[in-house]
Every structure is written in C-alpha cells, then in structure tokens.
Design a protein around this ligand. Sequence first.
Ligand code: AMP
Length: 218
Amino acid sequence: MKIILLGAPGSGKGTQGDLMTKTYGFPRISSGDLLREAVEKGTPLGKEARAIMERGDLVADDLVIKMVEERIAKPDCAEGYILDGFPRTIYQARKLEHIDQNHREMVIEIYLPDQIAVDRLSARRICSSCCTIYNLLGHKPAAENVCDICSGKLIRRDDDKPEVIQDRLRVYHEQTVPLVDYYKTKTNYFQINGEGPIEDIFARVRKVLDKAIDRAER
Ligand code: AMP
C-alpha cells in the first residue's frame, strides 16, 4: 500500500503519519524531513534547497523526485509506505505513478481551514534531534522545550515564522490543491476533517484506512 497524505502545511500530516506508522507499521516518508536532513548535512541537494525552503517555495520537482525515489527503494518500504508532503505537484504525482507501479495507491486528504493552519503552525515546535512534532496549543512536551522521547531540544522551524507561513499556504493553494481534483477522479481518495483533538482525527484516519486495507485484502 502506498498511502499519500495530502493537506495544507499545519494540517497534521506528520502527526497522523507517525500514528499510522505506529499502528500499521508502514514507514512515514516526509520529503520535508529528508530535505531538512540534507540542509543540515550540507549536501549538494541541501545547499540548493536551503534558500528555497526558507522562503516557503517548492524545491525543484526533479531533485525531490530523485530523493524520494531513492528512499522508497529501501527494504523497509517493500510492504508499503506513507508519503507526507510528496507529491506536491501534478508533475510529481505522475512521476510517482511511474516510479512505483507495484503498490496500491490511496490518498487521504486532511482538510483544515487556512486560519486554523496558521494558528497551528505558529505554535508548532519540532525536536531538533528526532523530528517529533509538538504543538504548544494542543500537544505540549512535558518539560518546556525538551523532547519527551529523546530529550532533544525543541525548535521552531525557520519556515514556521509568521512571514513565511502565508507564502507556504499560497504555494499550497496554487501548486498542490490541483492534486486533490487529480486524485479524486483517479484513485482511492478520502477526505477527512483535520479539526479537533489528535485522537479524534486519528480515529477518522483509521476508519478509512481499515476499510481500504480490508478491501485490498479481499
Ligand atoms: P514540509 O516539511 O512538508 O512542510 O516541507 C518543508 C519545505 O520543504 C517545503 O516548504 C518545500 O520548500 C520543501 N518541500 C517538501 N516537500 C516538497 C516537495 N514534494 N516538492 C517540493 N518541495 C518540497
């Protein structure tokens, strides 16, 4: 199963993806995390991506596609995987279909109104070491600025600063929302409401995922 998580920045794809990994075992592949890792390591890809990410634009399709292609070729993806933040353009979606023709595709769109996404992104913190996601409004760490899981330092992503958030949402509407229509007509597509407590949203995710897995196994 190839599970594609669609949704605006701040809609909770990462958090829900992590819960899906814990429950269903498929690894979560976040193109944003892979890019941030490349920036951190100072690789050629990271050097090219850094400024683009800082201003909230999209990194060139072909660079991201190559990076994801290498990741999904790893053995832990053999049974399936969850894509968080990829594809983000129709071009990327078409390439993905080409690269992986083996796994059944399903798309879950987590829908959230823009204003709530802005509020969430402003309160988001991530662990600089293990990338666990927190939110100062809903999902706080036990100790201030310290990761519950690995004791790493919590930081605010550069692109979660207010001036960049609006740009990221604009880019989402211009470049990624067309994917919703693209997938609606093509595959196993589900939209769920991204508002409310994390557990409630995950219950909605489970409902559609269990149904899709059941149908795939029959
Ligand atoms: P994310 O963590 O998914 O919010 O991604 C952070 C940033 O990484 C985005 O604002 C883009 O600059 C870049 N990025 C992540 N995924 C992609 C993608 N599929 N295509 C192009 N750029 C991406």
